[in-house]
Design a protein around this ligand. Structure first.
Ligand code: ATP
Length: 219
């Protein structure tokens, strides 16, 4: 069996001074999907943020091919594609321009892959529309097209099915399956069935808002 690419060891995270999860360990290899499940507030987004390097963990390590990601954040950012609750799209740019812009930021050229990403998320008919004029589901599809375009080996997805209708969910599943079949990895926080075979990790019950803060970190 191939060694895991991503190794998370003893990861603990605090938000607002409270412990959200503690000593979490898992590993993920080529072509593997991990679904993060659990109640509201159980720490799914916090774990994704820690993996993306956006929220430093309180303890533990995240390693890619044996190297601690915190030692080279720029290289790490280039290896992942991030879909958060907020899409981070530019409202005054068209769908197409947003995708081209995102690829430039990643230091690449979209080239032929641009059309593939637009087709994959059924966005050809919307490609010239300014993003601020789109519906929530259309914006979500644009954000997912940006992920598809990225060629990043690791996709970190926070509620990827949010706002998607049934055909758009199917299109997303197809794109994710292609990514996994090509050896990519994905970790997705979800309250819904992703409908793709993979592992899952249920985060524990949310700490009560009345739990005493541990002190230290502000947010
Ligand atoms: N910026 C912040 N400052 C302080 N506490 C925060 C912050 N963001 C999240 N939290 C707290 O951290 C805990 C975990 O939140 P998180 O968003 O990771 O949960 P989640 O499992 O993704 O929830 P949901 O299913 O509602 O999206 C919650 O108790 C939340 O109140």
């Amino acid at each position: 069996m191939a060694p895991p690419l991503l190794e998370v060891t003893g990861l603990s995270c605090r938000r607002g001074g409270r412990l959200v999860f503690d000593r979490l360990s898992f590993a993920l290899g080529e072509g593997e999907l991990l679904a993060l499940t659990g109640r509201n507030g159980s720490g799914k987004t916090s774990l994704l943020r820690a993996l993306a390097g956006l929220t430093p963990p309180h303890a533990g390590t995240i390693a890619w091919q044996g190297a601690d990601i915190s030692l080279d954040p720029e290289t790490w950012r280039g290896r992942l594609a991030w879909l958060g609750h907020l899409e981070g799209l530019k409202g005054d740019l068209t769908v197409m321009e947003n995708l081209v812009f995102a690829e430039r930021l990643r230091g690449g050229e979209a080239g032929d892959r641009l059309e593939w990403a637009l087709v994959a998320l059924d966005l050809i008919g919307l490609s010239a529309r300014e993003v601020r004029t789109l519906s929530a589901g259309q914006r979500r599809r644009t954000a997912l097209a940006r992920i598809v375009l990225s060629q990043a080996p690791l996709w970190l997805l926070d509620e990827p099915l949010n706002a998607l209708d049934v055909p758009a969910q199917a299109a997303f599943r197809t794109a994710l399956q292609r990514h996994l079949a090509a050896g990519g990895l994905a970790i997705a926080a979800t309250h819904a069935e992703l409908g793709i075979e993979g592992r899952s990790l249920e985060l524990g019950p949310a700490l009560s808002s009345t739990s005493p803060p541990l002190g230290g970190e502000a947010g």
